[in-house]
Write a protein that binds this ligand. Structure first.
Ligand SMILES: Nc1ncnc2c1ncn2[C@@H]1O[C@H](COP(=O)(O)OP(=O)(O)OP(=O)(O)O)[C@@H](O)[C@H]1O
Ligand SMILES: [Mg+2]
Length: 241
């Protein structure tokens, strides 16, 4: 059974008199453990698709099965629960909570999952250590560089051991070297078995994913696989980040 199965997913936004079709008849399947780049021009529907995949938004029509279960039939409360159990999210602008320290930000998904404070503190600290930030745990987001903030965001996305990481332009606000560090963390998560879906404008990021789905005007315009055995970025040990 595929982890994700989209069948003729469409999304229309009805704002004024003219409805905007953001996605039209999008169908594809993803197996657990895959890595996928979603590319396409601005406005082609990439973030809309990621929002639907992450159960942050619902399609106007079509079917989305996650591990065999029809997402459209799940109640809002169960959906919230499913989001925090199965998904980790990473955004272009990091989206950390400014009044929480790095450690507290990483603890959040565990708090939502109702884990005991000592346990969550330990897990969050271990995850920050893995992304090379053991010396920044008590810093607030405003006291961290962009790359450091994104590493905190990745630690937060991974701390609950999600099946899927969904990232929208995770390197878009970072310089090349820092973007490379973030990419190798995502590659590392994928090597550990996490399914990674990344929206990106950057061909280098796409070249690190096994599959690339391109969108144009809300439709799938291309779907290609690549052999990564030779070309993936080397994994950087957290210590050198
Ligand atoms: N909440 C919304 N209300 C109305 N229209 C929307 C909404 N969100 C997206 N759209 C429209 O849907 C289309 C797809 O938007 P989307 O944000 O998915 O594009 P994108 O591919 O992520 O673009 P970018 O690369 O600029 O981030 C656009 O025409 C956009 O204007
Ligand atoms: Mg977008």
């Amino acid at each position: 059974m595929p982890l994700v199965r989209l069948e003729r997913i469409s999304k229309r936004f009805d704002l004024g008199e003219v409805p905007v079709p953001a996605l039209s008849d999008v169908s594809f399947e993803l197996d657990a453990g895959s890595s996928v780049a979603i590319i396409g021009p601005s406005g082609s529907g990439k973030s809309t698709l990621l929002g639907i995949l992450g159960c942050l938004d619902t399609p106007t029509s079509g079917s989305y099965r996650l591990a065999g279960e029809e997402v459209g039939g799940i109640s809002p409360a169960e959906l919230a629960d499913l989001r925090c159990r199965r998904f980790g999210f990473v955004f272009q602008n990091f989206n950390l909570l400014p009044r929480l320290t790095a450690l507290e930000n990483v603890e959040l998904p565990l708090a939502y999952a109702r884990q005991a404070p000592t346990m969550r503190r330990a897990k969050a600290a271990e995850m920050l250590d893995r992304v090379g930030l053991s010396n920044r745990m008590s810093h607030y987001p405003s006291q961290l560089s962009g790359g450091q903030q994104q590493r905190v965001a990745i630690a937060r996305a991974l701390v609950n051991q999600p099946e899927l990481i969904l990232a929208d332009e995770p390197t878009g606000a970072l310089d090349t070297t820092t973007g490379h560090e973030i990419l190798s963390l995502l590659n590392g998560a994928n090597s550990d078995g996490t399914t990674v879906i990344v929206v990106t404008h950057d061909p280098k990021v796409a070249a690190n994913m096994r599959r690339t789905i391109s969108l144009s005007d809300g439709r799938i315009a291309g779907d290609t696989n690549r052999d990564l055995s030779a070309g993936r970025l080397p994994l950087l040990p957290a210590a050198v980040l």
